[in-house]
Design a protein around this ligand. Structure first.
Ligand SMILES: *Cc1c(COP(=O)(O)O)cnc(C)c1O
Length: 212
């Protein structure tokens, strides 16, 4: 991992289990995977109720404010914090459960209309405006790169997120950590890791094509 310039070369794999049934998830867990990623609160809760507390559950998809209450005490990391109303609700529900909710800020680096997330230049002011929410812990950044047959074409997306992370670190905000860069999926994770990802979200690469 010399290419990435990382000091600690650990990359955490999030097994993206959306649409994957519980039996196959259990099999993956028995092989040593410890992190499950789901993009729908309802599906996450259904699987949590069967599988239980063992693995870490990651909310990787767009999160509606009215669904926060179902998952707040079940997830170890929310990858999709992208607006103030969501921060407010997360903070409120976390307080009710007397817990600190770990979050990543989702950044729509390529500014695709089809994707959620803040624009790069919106991230710094966003962080400043949610510092007052004491039950939210910001742990880093997340992005989804545009799909490309040739993932080299989206290297700039990952590089941009890393540079944004570095500029946030330089601000030395109280209570803001930037230890996690969640970027890279089946198609592009090798490029993402080269650009500094330490959390990758892999679905089809582990479980095969999804049947929706
Ligand atoms: C589905 C999904 C993934 C996994 O995608 P694959 O191409 O199957 O690896 C990663 N991140 C998010 C946010 C997803 O929704």
């Amino acid at each position: 991992m010399v290419k990435s310039g990382r000091e600690n070369d650990k990359v955490e794999i999030i097994a993206v289990t959306k649409t994957v049934d519980v039996d196959r998830i259990q099999e993956a867990l028995s092989l040593g995977l410890r992190n499950i990623g789901e993009n729908r609160p309802q599906e996450l809760v259904r699987k949590y109720d069967i599988i239980g507390k063992g693995p870490n559950y990651h909310m990787i998809g767009h999160l509606q404010t009215n669904k926060v209450k179902y998952i707040i005490d079940k997830v170890s990391l929310i990858h999709s914090l992208d607006r103030i109303s969501l921060a407010e609700e997360l903070d409120k529900r976390a307080k009710m459960h007397n817990l600190i909710i770990n979050t990543l800020i989702q950044v729509n680096v390529a500014e695709e209309d089809s994707k959620f997330g803040l624009k790069v230049e919106e991230v710094m002011p966003f962080i400043e405006s949610i510092l007052k929410y004491n039950n939210i812990k910001i742990k880093g950044l997340m992005t989804i790169a545009p799909f490309s047959e040739n993932p080299e074409e989206v290297r700039w997306v990952f590089k941009t997120l890393r540079q944004l992370r570095d500029s946030i670190v330089r601000e030395k905000f109280d209570n803001v950590e930037m230890g996690i860069l969640s970027m890279g999926m089946t198609n592009d994770y090798t490029i993402a890791v080269e650009e500094g990802a330490n959390m990758v979200r892999i679905g089809t690469g582990l479980f095969g094509k999804r049947n929706y």
